[in-house]
Design a protein around this ligand. Structure first.
Ligand SMILES: [Zn+2]
Length: 386
């Protein structure tokens, strides 16, 4: 379909404090016009709904199944089966209104091929940005995905190899992770020189580096190496989450993008004191002016791929954000921080990535789960009822 209009809805443009009544004209893959009385050959009546920019998930693992048996399933998948799994997970995300996904950990060739296949229209899915396999130490966090490297030279080589393969981002594991037994989540996995090598090489090749960091020591090393982004940013210390004012200030000062990976699973933490500590850290980062986007780490156990809206509610509650502030993180702010100037807001000329929901998510984020229609680069998709 080209040149059609969504009529009768409220529009939240991705930045405003509230919605306005307006029609949205879609012209091919882009937004043609926003306003009242626009005409187009075809009309889709969305009276009573709210149109907002398609959501952006900044930390996903399309290759994981979000269940407890994730590792057995991952190990048992053939490349062909894993590709189908990734495409299926990508589709479930699109049906939930997530039109852009940054995958931060999947076998490099599969991630790149899936991105390209979706862009070529071979299957329906969100637009992907991919990191391929995270760079990690031998036996380090997520080593089984295929990105082991030790020492600055090997790290450089991995960056070159993955860029040659076509990745958009470089992901590096600055600490161990809970999903890889035998790693140390509190300690730094790499030295500053090794992370610096990744940053230098990636920047030379026009890519950015985001570092997985749980323990505070790893965050410090990542900040010292001037990475572009920090995933999780957990500030984990033995038995607690620390509040480290100088490091929080340094992250903000350096302009490092924080990807909070707050999810429905975080919201279910039995240790509410810990959840409160997490919220305090994220609030502190925002208060210091740190740049933050929205992410859930979907694909890990307990975090379904299509549960971004649930994660947004948890982030809103623990970091003390308004509904609109939270929506911005998952739309205009994420687009800006991921370097995607062509999307994230509803205005003429932007990609027609739209989410149409019943109710008004600027008043209550729960409306995000009442999806009526999703538009991906101008293609309308009506999620079938489950
Ligand atoms: Zn992850």
């Amino acid at each position: 379909m080209s040149d059609w209009v969504l009529r009768g809805a409220r529009v939240w443009d991705g930045v405003a404090v509230s919605t306005v009544e307006a029609d949205v004209v879609v012209d091919g893959a882009v937004i043609g016009a926003v306003g009242s009385g626009a005409s187009a050959p075809q009309t889709i009546d969305v009276s009573g709904a709210t149109i907002l920019p398609g959501l952006i998930e900044a930390h996903a693992h399309l290759c994981f199944n979000a269940q407890r048996d994730w590792r057995q399933v991952y190990d048992a998948d053939t490349p062909g089966r894993m590709m189908v799994r990734m495409a299926g997970n990508a589709q479930s995300m699109l049906r939930a209104g997530i039109t852009t996904v940054r995958d931060l950990g999947a076998p490099t060739a599969l991630a790149v091929e899936l991105r390209d296949a979706l862009r070529a229209g071979l299957a329906t899915g969100p637009d992907l940005l991919v990191a391929g396999a995270p760079i990690t130490t031998t036996g380090g966090h997520c080593y089984f995905i295929g990105g082991e490297a030790d020492g600055a030279l090997e790290v450089r080589k991995r960056v070159r190899e993955f860029v040659r393969s076509g990745v958009d981002w470089i992901k590096i594991m600055a600490t161990g992770g809970n999903m890889t037994p035998g790693t140390n989540t509190l300690a730094a996995q790499f030295r500053v020189e090794e992370l610096q090598a990744a940053v230098e090489e990636a920047h030379r090749l026009g890519r950015k580096v985001t570092a997985h960091c749980h323990g505070t020591e790893g965050i410090r090393v990542a900040v010292d190496a001037r990475v572009d982004g920090i995933e999780h940013c957990s500030f984990n210390a033995p038995g607690a989450i620390e509040y480290v004012p100088d490091l929080i200030a340094a992250i903000a000062e350096a302009g490092i993008v924080v990807s909070p990976t707050v999810s429905v699973a975080s919201g279910q933490w039995a240790d509410t004191e810990r959840l409160g500590q997490r919220g305090r850290v994220l609030r502190g980062l925002l208060d210091q002016g740190a740049r933050m986007l929205m992410s859930t780490d979907c694909g890990i156990p307990g975090v379904p791929h299509d549960a971004l809206a649930g994660g947004m509610k948890v982030l809103r509650d623990i970091a003390g954000l308004s509904d609109v502030e939270t929506l911005k993180l998952a739309t205009s702010r994420s687009a800006e921080l991921l370097g995607l100037g062509d999307r994230g807001t509803i205005e003429a000329g932007k990609r027609a990535d739209l989410l149409v929901v019943d109710g008004d998510p600027t008043q209550d984020l729960t409306a995000l789960t009442h999806v009526r229609l999703v538009v991906a680069a101008g293609k309308p998709l009506w999620p079938s009822p489950v």
